[in-house]
Ligand binder design. Structure first.
Ligand code: SF4
Ligand code: SF4
Length: 401
């Protein structure tokens, strides 16, 4: 087991967002623990502020390790690692089922029947070794028609009646995230939303960045819809909080034991827009690092510097989830942000299996990019992401291999 010792920022180190005058005090901790448990919106669930994202999970030992450090929310899906993720969660947590919150997901499509959704749920329950999941999400919703399907409402009502799910959810990181979440909220279809949201999408952070370098705020509506959800008592869990998670790029700049990942988590948790942050945990040292961000309601002075540096490295490489400004530029109607997201899994996370599974699940793959001569998408991103080069790269990675 690989272990690292992290330094935890002491309470004297915390400052308000956008403040810049308090120095950092560090306190050595070798085994960080979860320090804060939060109510999840208006549900009766209470969860750890740092949650275990299981999209890359196949090892039950990691789940148990995180549980022993106080993590109580585990977020999996039927599609993660072809069901292996759910099986690992089930193997690790079946003996402590009443002490943890387990969420799973199915990709309920627009034309799918409630019977098919129930079969998917029951298969998940078998792999999870449990009679119920606390939250069941419609997974990666990228079009309102998936929430408009009346079969989803019929299915969730029936599954709740039968005690197989406790709360209904929607997860989203597609280009129509705001529209989908607005619809789900207006029609009372969700109790919890799992939403892609990172520090660089926070207007408070963007405001500060403008003084440092050119950066365009792409999603003024995202914060509005998150606030609307919170006002309705909908629980909000953030994902994709590390903006591409290029952690190794940031190691040379990390000081006094505080890491970029912790800074990114602290920023999202301190902003008051989300209840908890779910983050993929793939190693014991990573678990310690992420849990080290638990308990903070404010960010540290040093956090802003790390996040600003990361943004300057990543802003014209990272496609912000939920944006979609460029979509109409493609005559083939390719879902550019979704293609860039699965490319990121391979190019940035280094997770080939996750990337290939994501690419295969796309409604429209990047095949058309191989012979696209004019490339009308080429200048469509306000943050200068080289869309045509990246979509072609995705086609080469996933279709030519
Ligand atoms: S490539 Fe740029 S414009 Fe297109 S969705 Fe991503 S961030 Fe938005
Ligand atoms: S390069 Fe690909 S994404 Fe861009 S316009 Fe052509 S087909 Fe569409």
């Amino acid at each position: 087991m690989q272990r690292r010792t992290f330094l935890k920022l002491g309470s004297a180190a915390t400052v308000g967002i956008a403040s810049s005058s308090v120095s950092v005090v560090a306190e050595k901790v070798s085994a960080p623990k979860i320090e804060r448990y939060v109510p999840l919106g208006g549900t009766d669930l209470k969860i750890s502020d740092i949650a275990f994202g299981c999209s890359r999970l196949s090892d039950a030992e990691l789940v148990r390790y995180a549980y022993d450090r106080g993590v109580t929310y585990f977020d999996t899906a039927e599609s993660y690692r072809g069901g292996t993720s759910e099986s690992a969660v089930g193997a690790a947590l079946s003996g402590v089922r009443d002490k943890v919150v387990i969420a799973s997901k199915t990709k309920a499509r627009a034309g799918q029947s409630s019977k098919q959704m129930m079969i998917a749920l029951e298969n998940s329950l078998k792999r999870l070794r449990t009679d119920y999941v606390d939250i069941y999400y419609n997974h990666a919703v990228n079009h309102p028609d998936r929430m408009k399907n009346p079969e989803w409402a019929i299915f969730t009502e029936r599954a709740i009646e039968q005690g197989k799910i406790r709360y209904r959810g929607m997860s989203g990181h597609g280009s129509r995230l705001v529209e989908c979440l607005d619809y789900a909220l207006d029609n009372d279809l969700v109790d919890v939303a799992l939403v892609a949201f990172n520090f660089a999408q926070d207007p408070t952070f963007e405001e500060e960045l403008r003084y440092l370098f050119h950066y365009v705020a792409l999603q003024p509506e995202l914060v509005r819809v998150i606030k609307k959800a919170r006002a309705k008592g909908t629980g909000i869990v953030a994902m994709k909080t590390l903006m591409g998670a290029r952690l190794h790029d940031m190691r040379p700049f990390e000081r006094d034991g505080a890491t970029f990942a912790q800074a990114a988590l602290r920023w999202v948790l301190a902003g008051g827009l989300v209840d908890s942050a779910a983050i993929s945990m793939t190693g014991f040292a990573e678990i310690d690092e992420y849990i080290g961000a638990s308990g903070y309601r404010k960010v540290a002075d040093s956090d802003f510097n790390l996040l600003a540096r990361y943004t300057s490295l990543q802003a014209n490489r990272y496609c912000q989830h939920g944006c979609g400004i460029c979509i109409d530029s493609c005559p083939d109607k390719l879902q550019i942000p979704e293609i860039l997201r699965v490319r990121m899994y391979d190019a940035d996370y280094g997770d080939r299996a996750l990337a290939v599974a994501g690419y295969e699940a796309l409604d429209h793959q990047a095949t058309a990019c191989i012979e696209c001569v004019d490339q009308p998408c080429i200048d469509a991103c306000p943050n200068n992401i080289p869309i045509a080069a990246y979509t072609l790269d995705a086609a080469n990675r996933f279709e030519m291999a």
